[in-house]
Design a protein around this ligand. Structure first.
Ligand code: ZN
Length: 306
């Protein structure tokens, strides 16, 4: 390993990305999850998305969830929006950090929003301007950055071209989504290198999925390449939309457990986070894929009965 950074910033995405890919749960349960996460020491939370309720019924109550949630000092909350209409809702709700998504794969983008990647990029340019004019920061998430379930592997040069475009259009940060868990350390290295060659200065965030068991290896590789911002989802909430029963988002407590052991601070209280993962499991009513949730912290040595 190269030298490790002193601090890695984790954005907890369970309340949005996670819950959006689970069976709908009551508003009250969403608020409980959000509030419990706010008390773990995590610095950033993706709280809700402002999407059409028919498209994503899991987020139909986003306004109410956000109105009822505690705003914890020291936590930066963000929202994801699909379009201008969502952006206006997010701004009206008081968000100043907003994420928009485009897929590197044309087929994936068309299946999601019925537009080509290029057409979505035109919309994003307008959205970024709208957000900036309202005093908000705009992050562009590039979905299927490593691979697409329809098109296969994604060419890093194509992703770097998209980054170049959105940086020119004013994006404040770029995130790379491994939507179906196709990233490997080799591909992480190729992508980060391709992006840095064209846009050395843009802040980069990685969103890894553990669908094929590579999320932590990818995280360490990205850290070696200088990336210090990552998404993760408590308990691994979320699943994989393309493979029923498969795991999706990297579990936050797995990332935190590994990072703390390597002397990298995250600001997060791991024991508190594991308790929230237990709560998340209870709220969604299914067992979640996190290994650290199953095994507990390293010092929990009480043998199970029998
Ligand atoms: Zn995800």
């Amino acid at each position: 390993m190269g030298s490790m950074p002193g601090f890695v910033s984790i954005r907890e995405v369970g309340p949005r990305d996670g819950l959006q890919n689970e069976e709908p749960i009551p508003t009250e349960a969403k608020v409980r999850l959000l509030d419990a996460l706010s008390r773990t020491g995590v610095g950033r939370i993706e709280a809700v998305s402002f999407v059409h309720p028919k498209a994503i019924p899991q987020m139909a109550d986003a306004d109410e969830v956000w109105r009822r949630a505690e705003r914890t000092e020291g936590v930066r909350y963000s929202a994801l929006v699909p379009n201008t209409r969502g952006a206006h809702r997010a701004l009206a709700a008081g968000f100043t950090e907003i994420e928009v998504v485009v897929s590197a794969s044309d087929t994936h983008n068309r299946r999601n929003v019925n537009r080509s990647t290029d057409e979505s990029l035109d919309d994003i340019a307008e959205l970024v301007e709208l957000l900036h004019n309202a005093g908000a920061r705009a992050e562009v998430i590039v979905a299927t950055s490593f691979g697409c379930p329809y098109e296969g592997d994604t060419d890093p040069a194509r992703v770097a071209g998209i980054v170049d475009r959105v940086v020119r259009d004013g994006a404040d940060r770029v995130a790379f989504g491994d939507t179906t868990g196709m990233a490997t350390p080799r591909r992480v290295r190729e992508l980060v290198t391709a992006v840095r060659d064209r846009d050395a200065a843009v802040p980069v965030l990685m969103h890894f999925h553990n669908t094929r068991g590579t999320a932590l290896a990818n995280l360490l590789t990205a850290i070696e390449l200088g990336v210090t911002e990552f998404d993760a989802s408590v308990g691994g909430l979320g699943g994989c939309p393309y493979a029923p029963g498969a795991s999706g988002n990297l579990a936050t407590e797995e990332a935190v457990h590994l990072l703390h052991d390597m002397g990298v601070d995250t600001g997060i209280d791991l024991a508190a986070l594991i308790e929230v993962a237990e709560l998340a499991e209870e709220l969604v009513g299914r067992s979640l894929p996190s290994g650290v949730l199953r095994a507990g912290p390293r010092t929990r040595l009480t043998p199970l009965p029998g």
